[in-house]
Design a protein around this ligand. Structure first.
Ligand SMILES: CC(C)(COP(=O)(O)OP(=O)(O)OC[C@H]1O[C@@H](n2cnc3c(N)ncnc32)[C@H](O)[C@@H]1OP(=O)(O)O)[C@@H](O)C(=O)NCCC(=O)NCCS
Length: 163
């Protein structure tokens, strides 16, 4: 497994992992699979802004997971704050791939002059809560019942890593 910057050729692999999570997990508040064109633009936005998008590639060349830094807020006072995303293919979860991605993602944020990384995590997502805790993210708040998915309300926990 190796971690590297994403290229345009990785977008279908990134999207397949994301869309599976849309349909089967509470990791994202999206309810419908997203189209390829939107994910291409998603990557282009981050490349233009200098925000890291990393992929974990297995020995066969398949994308086993990805992680990104995302713009947090358009108002310029927020320019040192980003959000992060991390998604691992179902068949590769629980084997350290998330950790393999988050470590360099945090380093890249710091190197880019980011001051705060935020992560919004479903309060029942134990794997994500533990993963982020491992990399120094601390709980700073909990939004109650802000997402309706799979016929129930979900709380979103906000985690923050400061530099
Ligand atoms: C959350 C996710 C990215 C974690 O990646 P991963 O490769 O499975 O995680 P790792 O194997 O690196 O393990 C990281 C930590 O989570 C823990 N963990 C992993 N799977 C777990 C599970 N199913 N339940 C509880 N804890 C779990 C590990 O024990 C480890 O904790 P530790 O450092 O305290 O030992 C991955 O499970 C995933 O993609 N899930 C679906 C999408 C998602 O939830 N993304 C995050 C959105 S905020």
């Amino acid at each position: 497994m190796r971690v590297r910057d994403a290229t345009g050729e990785d977008v279908p692999g990134i999207l397949a992992i994301y869309n599976h999570a849309v349909l089967h997990t509470t990791a994202t508040a999206d309810l419908e699979p997203q189209p390829l064109a939107a994910r291409k633009e998603w990557l282009a936005v981050r490349q233009r802004a200098g925000l890291a998008v990393l992929v974990a590639e297995d020995d066969t060349g398949a994308i086993a997971g990805w992680a990104s830094l995302n713009p947090y807020h358009a108002r310029p006072g927020y320019r040192f704050t980003v959000e992060n995303s991390v998604y691992v293919a179902e068949s590769s979860r629980g084997r350290g791939v998330g950790s393999l991605l988050l470590a360099p993602l945090v380093e890249r944020a710091q190197a880019a002059g980011v001051h705060a990384i935020l992560a919004g995590v479903d309060s029942t997502n134990e794997a994500s809560l533990r993963l982020h805790a491992r990399f120094g993210f601390e709980k700073v708040g909990q939004l109650r019942q802000v997402v309706w998915k799979f016929d129930r309300w979900l709380d979103v926990v906000y985690l923050e890593r400061l530099f």
